[in-house]
Design a protein around this ligand. Structure first.
Ligand code: NAD
Length: 498
C-alpha cells in the first residue's frame, strides 16, 4: 500500500511519528494509502527549511517569481488528466468535477502571475517641502495554509499561489482525507523552478495544526474548513499574534420569486444542490420559494429530477455525482435525514437506501429532498454537507430575504427572478457575503475576492483577488527628505507638512 509522507525542503520525506490516517477510495470503500500524521518536530523541520529559503525568494524580483507560476500552469496542464483522476479517486467527486476543482485553483495561480503589478506600492512626490512619500509591500516571511477535503486542488492553490508570488515561504497542511493532489502540486511547483523550502506540505491532524498555530516563525494562517475549527484557529492564531483568515461552513439559500423561470431554476437547484454530492461550501442546501403557487410548482418539478439523479463511481463521466468522502460522512448525512423526519419535515424524496451495483462498499447516497422545513429545525440551522435539499416555504419576499439574512451562516445566496428591482434590492440588503442573481453557485472569479460573512468567515480580508496580496504582505511607508528640503534648526513640535 502507498504511504504518503511530507514534502519538506524540496522532496518527499517519510513521516516519523508512526501515526497514519487511512486514505480511502470512496467509490469502492477501500483504503488505498496511508498518510503520515506529523509531529510538532516535523512541522518545525518544515518551518526551518522555509525560514532558511525565504529571504532569497523574497528578494527575487517579482517577474521571476511570476515565471515560476507560469511554468507551473504549463506543468499542471501537462498532468491534468492524471491529477483529475487521482483527485476523483481520493475525494469521490466525478472526473469532470475534479477537473473543475483544478481549473478554479489554476485561475488563482494565473491571477498571481500578475504579481509585479499587484505588489506595486504608492508614491507621492512633494508631500512637503523636499519630502516624498512612498509605500511598499513586503512579504511576511513564513506563512501557512490549512485546507479542507472538499477542494484538494483548488483551495491549496488559492492559498499558496498568491502567498508564494508575494515572496513568502509556505507551509501547507492539507486535509488528511485526500493528500495526494496537494503533494503532487508541490512537486510540480519544484519542477517549475521553485527553490526547495518555499513550498512545504506537512500532512497531519490536530497535532500539526496546533504546532502551526503555536510556531512563532509562522506569521499568517489561512484556513478553510468547518466553522467550529475556523473559529478555534482564528482565536488561537490571534493569541500568538498571527494574521488569520478562517473560512467556515455554510447554509446557502436560493430564493425563488414567483416570476422566476422555473425550469432554469430547477436546473440550477439540481446542479448546485446535488453536484459533488452536496460537499461544496457553495452548494445550495435551502430553497425558498415565495408564495404557495411557486412552492407547489417547484416541488412538482423538483421531485422527479431528484428521483432520477444519476449516481455513479467517480470514474463514470456520465454520473451526476459520486460517493461521499468517507463512511462517517455518509452516516452523518443519513443521520441528519432521520433528524429531519423526526422534526416533522416532509421527506419528499428519500435516497438513503441507494446501493451502487458492483460498488456495494462505496459511500454512496441517493438525493434527498425535504419540503415544509422550518427555521427552528436542526436540518435548517446546521450544515449537512450532503446531497440533501431543504425547501422552506416563504409567504412573501420580506420573509424570504430575512431567512438567509438572519441565518448564522453567511457564505453564499442566490435569487431567481426576472425582476431587476427585486434582484437589486436583494443584492443590496441580504446579510451574506456572496450573492448570485440567477446564478446558483456565485463563486467569484479569481480577480475578485471570495469570502463569507458571519459564521462562514472569521478575519478581515477575503481569499484570492486583491485581498490575497494584502493578506500575504505587510505595507511599509517611507517618508524621505533630501538635504535641499531641510530647514535650519531643530523642530520640537510634531512635524507638519507645510
Ligand atoms: P474540517 O474543519 O473537518 O477540516 C479542515 C482542516 O482542519 C483539515 O485540514 C483538518 O485536518 C483540520 N482539522 C480538523 N479538525 C481539527 C481540529 N480539531 N483541530 C485542528 N485542526 C483540525 O473540514 P472538512 O470536513 O475537511 O471540510 C468541509 C468543511 O469545509 C465544510 O464545513 C465546508 O463548508 C467548509 N468549506 C468552506 C469553504 C469556504 O470557503 N468557506 C470552502 C470549502 C469548504
Amino acid at each position: 500500500m502507498r504511504t504518503i509522507g511530507h514534502f519538506i525542503g524540496g522532496k518527499e520525506v517519510e513521516g516519523k511519528s508512526g501515526r497514519f490516517a487511512d486514505v480511502f477510495e470512496p467509490m469502492t470503500g477501500e483504503v488505498k494509502a496511508k498518510v503520515a500524521l506529523a509531529t510538532k518536530a516535523e512541522l518545525r523541520a518544515a518551518v526551518e527549511n522555509a525560514k532558511a529559503a525565504q529571504p532569497e525568494w523574497g528578494a527575487t524580483n517579482p517577474q521571476r517569481r511570476a515565471r515560476v507560476l507560469m511554468k507551473f500552469l504549463e506543468l499542471v496542464q501537462r498532468d491534468y488528466d492524471k491529477l483529475a483522476e487521482l483527485l476523483a479517486r481520493e475525494h469521490g467527486k466525478t472526473i469532470p468535477d475534479a477537473k473543475g476543482d483544478i481549473q478554479r485553483g489554476l485561475e488563482v495561480a494565473e491571477f498571481a502571475c500578475g504579481i509585479p503589478h499587484l505588489m506595486k506600492g504608492e508614491y507621492t512626490e512633494g508631500a512637503g517641502p523636499g519630502i516624498d512619500i512612498y509605500s511598499m509591500r513586503q512579504p511576511l516571511g513564513v506563512v501557512a495554509g490549512i485546507t479542507p477535503f472538499n477542494f484538494p486542488a483548488m483551495i491549496p492553490m488559492w492559498k499558496f499561489a498568491p502567498a508564494i508570488a508575494c515572496g513568502n515561504a509556505f507551509i501547507l497542511k492539507p486535509s488528511e482525507r485526500d493528500p495526494g493532489v496537494p503533494m503532487a502540486l508541490a512537486a510540480l511547483m519544484l519542477e517549475a523552478g521553485l527553490p526547495p523550502g518555499i513550498l512545504n506540505v506537512v500532512n497531519g491532524d490536530k497535532e500539526s495544526v496546533d504546532a502551526i498555530l503555536d510556531d512563532p516563525d509562522i506569521k499568517a494562517v489561512g484556513f478553510v474548513g468547518s466553522s467550529p475549527i475556523a473559529q478555534y484557529i482564528y482565536e488561537r492564531a490571534a493569541q500568538t499574534g498571527k494574521r488569520a483568515q478562517c473560512f467556515g461552513g455554510a447554509k446557502n439559500h436560493a430564493i425563488i420569486m414567483p416570476d422566476a423561470d422555473i425550469d432554469q431554476t430547477v436546473d440550477a437547484l439540481i446542479g448546485a444542490g446535488y453536484g459533488s454530492a452536496g460537499e461544496r461550501c457553495m452548494a445550495i442546501s435551502v430553497a425558498v420559494p415565495v408564495g404557495k403557487a411557486t412552492a407547489d410548482k417547484l416541488m412538482e418539478k423538483l421531485i422527479p429530477r431528484v428521483e432520477s439523479l444519476k449516481i455513479g463511481p467517480s470514474t463514470d463521466p456520465t454520473a451526476d455525482y459520486g460517493p461521499l468522502v468517507t463512511k462517517e460522512a455518509l452516516e452523518r448525512v443519513k443521520n441528519y435525514v432521520e433528524i429531519g423526519v423526526q422534526e416533522g419535515a416532509t421527506l419528499a424524496v428519500d435516497g438513503r437506501g441507494f446501493k451502487m451495483q458492483g460498488y456495494e462498499n462505496g459511500f454512496y447516497m441517493g438525493g434527498c429532498l425535504f419540503d415544509n422545513v422550518t427555521k427552528d429545525m436542526r436540518i435548517y440551522k446546521e450544515e449537512i454537507f450532503g446531497p440533501v435539499l431543504s425547501v422552506v416555504r416563504a409567504h412573501d419576499y420580506a420573509e424570504a430575504l430575512a431567512l438567509p439574512s438572519d441565518h448564522d451562516y453567511g457564505n453564499g445566496v442566490a435569487i431567481f427572478t426576472r425582476d431587476g428591482d427585486a434582484a437589486r434590492d436583494f443584492a443590496a440588503k441580504v446579510n451574506v457575503g456572496m450573492v448570485g442573481i440567477n446564478v446558483p453557485i456565485p463563486v467569484p472569479i479569481a480577480y475578485y475576492t471570495f469570502g463569507g460573512w458571519k459564521k462562514s468567515g472569521f478575519g478581515d480580508l477575503n481569499q484570492h483577488g486583491p485581498d490575497s496580496v494584502r493578506f500575504y504582505t505587510k505595507t511599509k511607508t517611507v517618508t524621505s527628505r533630501w538635504p535641499s528640503g531641510v530647514k535650519e534648526g531643530a523642530e520640537f513640535s510634531i512635524p507638519l507638512m507645510k
